[in-house]
Write a protein that binds this ligand. Structure first.
Ligand code: SF4
Length: 540
């Protein structure tokens, strides 16, 4: 029951009493409460809104909500997962709000979206949002609200034009996309008038206090966890990696901010999660670990989001084993040294064996490795190398339980691999690994190939997909549903092949050409050229 869910929350901030003329705003997570409340991004944005006296915020999830205002002026969505777009549309319908921005009138709220999915590539969802916030929310969110307040009583068009002037605020409807033909590549993307900036720059927060949970609850998917963001981005820059490229530069929370945050959290729970793309690369990680190792935190259960392979020490493994962690996950991507070089993964075979030995020494029971197939330049021999690596690991540490989770390479916007398509051999390669590894007692867990195809479609899609998504939703969420929608819209947009499998020319106008990520396209191209040169020299 609704009240039950919210009643279980323990807040780590003080919501304020809104002014009488506060702006009524709904802040939604397009999934169930248990999923939404586990998103650190959602928690932090909600708390930011709830601490402003000029806003009256209510939360909305797909299965529950707080008391919603009858006439909200703003409706926000935090999007962490691509397929949640279907829930965005359903929630809009349930609130009697047209699902397309162009159909909304002055009496409808301004619908904004933010979060990792939209920051990476908002274009497939362009028709559904009036406003997209690009980048870190720390300053951007308040800039957005402050700018809105200046034009609060104006008509929708005036509001949108005013918001578009704020750095990091993207108003898709104010940009016109021209195509060579309806079913081929983009010719140009231009603002509809000279008062609209031609490019929008993703915002980067540069403070040394990062995010920490604002609410702890037993109803979260990670029950009662207090989360603290230790680092943002990753300095390694593996060439396919969105978690690194999209959020550059690598930033670390100062211990002066981390430790008081952890202290606050551990007063209400004994479950601590350290978050970030590359947690163990925090320059003072050892000090942090020693701090958590104090006797007073003896009963604290610790989870670490990501551990770089060559930072797995026996001490770290021991701490984790003592704190309730049974197994550690490391991303190696491939057992082939050649492939790791191509993707700029600075990892030697010995580092991987060492990580397993240290995990074993520290008392962990298992090691999970993450791999990928279909990386550009990968050949069948590279898969043999992955099989051999797993065999070597088993030989070196027979006591450890090994799992290999494996996905298909998916190109992501704002990375040097954005121009590559998916390798059609990938599905076969997943099956090959399964066949070879299973008999050896290695738990092989492939990620669905079809899901990778859908992910690619959405990660490289342009705004012509909005229409497709609207239609697909009626058919279900399988790959077959997308294919059916492509068939129905034939001639109105390029085929699935173009978005998913084609290697794109670097001359091509990308759907996100007008949205500036942390690195200019020229640098991404330079990184791509290095990859191509490496491949050629390795094949010769
Ligand atoms: S080490 Fe991991 S998080 Fe860092 S860039 Fe490589 S894949 Fe991304």
């Amino acid at each position: 029951m609704t009240s039950d869910l919210f009643a279980k929350e323990r807040l780590l901030f003080n919501p304020v009493t809104p002014d009488t003329d506060a702006i009524p705003i709904i802040f939604a997570f397009p999934n169930e409460y248990t999923v939404g409340i586990t998103s650190l991004g959602y928690q932090v944005v909600w708390a930011t809104l709830a601490m402003r006296v000029d806003l009256q915020v209510s939360r909305l999830f797909t299965d529950t909500s707080e008391n919603l205002p009858r006439n909200p002026e703003i409706l926000g969505f935090s999007m962490s997962w691509e397929l949640d777009y279907a829930n965005v549309l359903s929630l809009l319908e349930s609130l009697d709000i047209p699902i397309k921005s162009c159909d909304r009138q002055d009496n409808h709220p301004i619908v904004f979206g933010g979060g990792p999915v939209l920051t990476a590539n908002p274009e497939p969802f362009a028709d559904f949002f009036d406003v997209v916030l690009l980048g870190d929310g720390e300053n951007l969110l308040n800039d957005f609200i402050n700018a809105y307040k200046q034009v609060r009583n104006a008509d929708k068009e005036t509001i949108l034009i005013a918001l578009a002037q704020v750095p990091g605020i993207y108003v898709p409807s104010l940009y016109e996309v021209e195509y060579y033909a309806l079913d081929s590549a983009i010719k140009s993307i231009k603002p509809i008038s000279s008062e609209i900036p031609p490019e929008i720059k993703k915002q980067t927060y540069r403070g040394n206090t990062l995010s920490a949970s604002t609410v702890v609850t037993e109803k979260a998917a990670w029950e009662n966890i207090f989360m603290v963001e230790v680092v943002r981005s990753c300095p390694e820059m593996c060439r396919f990696c969105l978690a690194s490229y999209l959020t550059l530069p690598f930033r670390t929370a100062s211990l002066d901010s981390l430790i008081p945050a952890i202290e606050r959290g551990l007063k209400v729970t004994n479950r601590l999660g350290l978050l970030g793309a590359s947690v163990t690369q925090h320059p003072e990680f050892e000090t942090l670990l020693n701090y958590i190792n104090q006797p007073k935190y003896e009963d604290v259960r610790l989870s670490i989001a990501s551990v770089r392979t060559n930072t797995v020490t026996a001490e770290l493994a021991k701490t984790l084993a003592q704190r309730g962690t049974k197994s550690l996950t490391i991303a190696v991507e491939s057992g082939s040294e050649k492939v790791r070089k191509i993707i700029n993964k600075k990892l030697e075979q010995e580092d991987i064996i060492k990580a397993a030995e240290n995990a074993n020494k520290g008392g962990l029971q298992g090691l999970k490795l993450y791999g990928m197939v279909g990386i550009p330049g990968e050949s069948p021999e590279d898969l043999d190398a992955t099989v051999a690596m797993m065999q070597d690991l088993k030989k070196a540490t027979p006591r450890l339980r090994f799992t290999l989770g494996c996905s298909t390479f998916v190109p992501k916007a704002h990375t040097p691999f954005q121009w590559f398509g998916v390798n059609k051999q990938a599905e076969k390669r997943l099956k090959f690994l399964q066949k070879k590894l299973k008999p050896q007692g290695i738990d092989f867990r492939p990620e669905s190939y079809n899901w990778s195809i859908i992910q690619t479609l959405l990660s490289r899609g342009d705004r012509r997909l909005s229409k497709l998504l609207e239609l697909t939703r009626k058919f279900g969420d399988s790959l077959g549903s997308y294919k059916r929608a492509f068939k129905e819209l034939k001639g109105q947009l390029p085929p699935l092949e173009f978005y998913v499998y084609d290697n794109w020319s670097t001359e091509q106008t990308l759907p996100w050409n007008h949205l500036q990520g942390p690195l200019p396209q020229s640098t991404l191209q330079k990184h791509l050229n290095e990859v191509v040169t490496k491949q050629l020299s390795m094949n010769s």
